[in-house]
Every structure is written in structure tokens, then in C-alpha cells.
Design a protein around this ligand. Structure first.
Ligand code: IMP
Length: 179
């Protein structure tokens, strides 16, 4: 097994680059069909979603725009439960069809807060696309229309996801190794 070490922790291979790209292509096709006569505005949630957002846009074949916001609720391997908005939106999203792009939904609090903030700006519609979802960790009702994988309650790194800043550059996704 090709283990990797990030800071003090060992991680094992979990989702390969091929599996990730296949899931993204499936989501891209679904979005292209659902937004056939629209021009969606993708809002990527930094930092974690930068890779997913980039690959997702490449697999969407309707005219679209992209921008980014930065929200933060994680500290090391724990969600703090308190979501801070660090970089806010510059665009006017009134009347737009917004797709929020997230790397992983864990407690769901980040997406809940983002939906509330963006919903107040009167978009025509707003949906969530998340590469990963940890259903067992959800602490709120959340409708995630586009999802790549449902995964168990274990910390993951790679493909944009970090452990205290490191690990984002791996092409594959790795899961914390059981001690
Ligand atoms: P939530 O608000 O608890 O849903 O947390 C969502 C955010 O927490 C994501 O955007 C990630 O930045 C971070 N996060 C949650 N789980 C993991 C994980 O397993 N690895 C890396 N980051 C994670």
C-alpha cells in the first residue's frame, strides 16, 4: 500500500485520480443537462474546492461563469462549528442560477451558512455540488443536488483537501490510516 505522511499522520489510498475524474465527469454531464438553457454562476468555496471546481468546469459544456468565496470552520482535523466568511463575494448574484462548489460536506454547517448568506442576495436558484459528503456527520438538513461520493466519517486529504495546510497537491484522495 502506498501510504503518505502529512505532518504527524499516516494516510492510505482511498479514491484514485481515475475514480475522482469519473465522478466529476458524471456531475458535469448532469449539470450540463439541467442548465441547458441557462448560464450558471459557479461559486467555488476556497481553499479546498479549487481543484474540484477547476475540473468540474472543464466537464461542463454550457456557457458558465465562476467566482470564489472563502469560508472557514476547520481547525486541524476538527470542525469548530463556527463558520467565518473570510473572502466575500464581489459579484451581483440577483437573478442568477448559482451552483455552490464544495470539496467536502462534513457537519454541513459551512454550506448551511453559505446558503443563508447567498440566498439573501436573491439568486434565481441555488444548488450545491460537493465532491465528497460524510452523511454520518451531517448536523443539519441539507439538499446536496450534485455529489461525487458518500464517504465514512474518517479524515481525508488530497485533491485540494488539506490537513493543517498540507496535502492539497495529491492527485488522489487518501484516508487517515487506522492506528
Ligand atoms: P463542515 O462545515 O463541517 O461541513 O465542513 C466543511 C469543510 O471542512 C470543508 O470545506 C473542508 O474544508 C473541511 N473538512 C471537512 N472534513 C474534512 C476532511 O476529512 N479533510 C479535510 N478537510 C475537511
Amino acid at each position: 500500500m502506498n501510504y503518505i505522511t502529512v505532518h504527524d499522520k499516516t494516510f492510505q489510498p482511498f479514491l484514485s485520480e481515475g475514480e475522482i475524474q469519473e465522478a466529476i465527469s458524471r456531475i458535469g454531464t448532469a449539470i450540463s443537462n439541467d442548465y441547458a438553457d441557462k448560464t450558471p454562476l459557479f461559486i467555488g468555496v476556497l481553499n479546498g474546492a479549487f481543484m474540484f471546481c477547476s475540473d468540474l468546469l472543464k466537464s461542463v459544456d454550457v456557457p458558465c461563469e465562476v467566482t470564489f468565496v472563502r469560508l472557514s470552520s476547520y481547525n486541524g482535523m476538527e470542525s469548530t462549528g463556527e463558520v467565518r466568511s473570510v473572502v466575500s463575494l464581489q459579484e451581483d448574484i440577483a437573478g442568477r442560477d448559482v451552483i455552490l462548489v464544495e470539496d467536502i460536506v462534513d457537519t454541513g454547517l459551512t454550506m448551511q451558512k453559505a446558503l443563508a448568506n447567498l440566498g439573501a442576495l436573491n439568486p434565481s436558484s441555488i444548488e450545491i455540488a460537493s465532491l465528497l459528503v460524510k452523511p454520518d456527520c451531517l448536523q443539519c438538513e441539507l439538499d446536496i443536488k450534485y455529489k461525487g461520493f458518500e464517504i465514512p466519517e474518517k479524515f481525508v486529504v488530497g485533491y485540494g483537501l488539506d490537513y493543517d495546510g498540507l496535502g492539497r497537491n495529491f492527485k488522489d484522495i487518501y484516508q487517515l490510516k487506522q492506528e
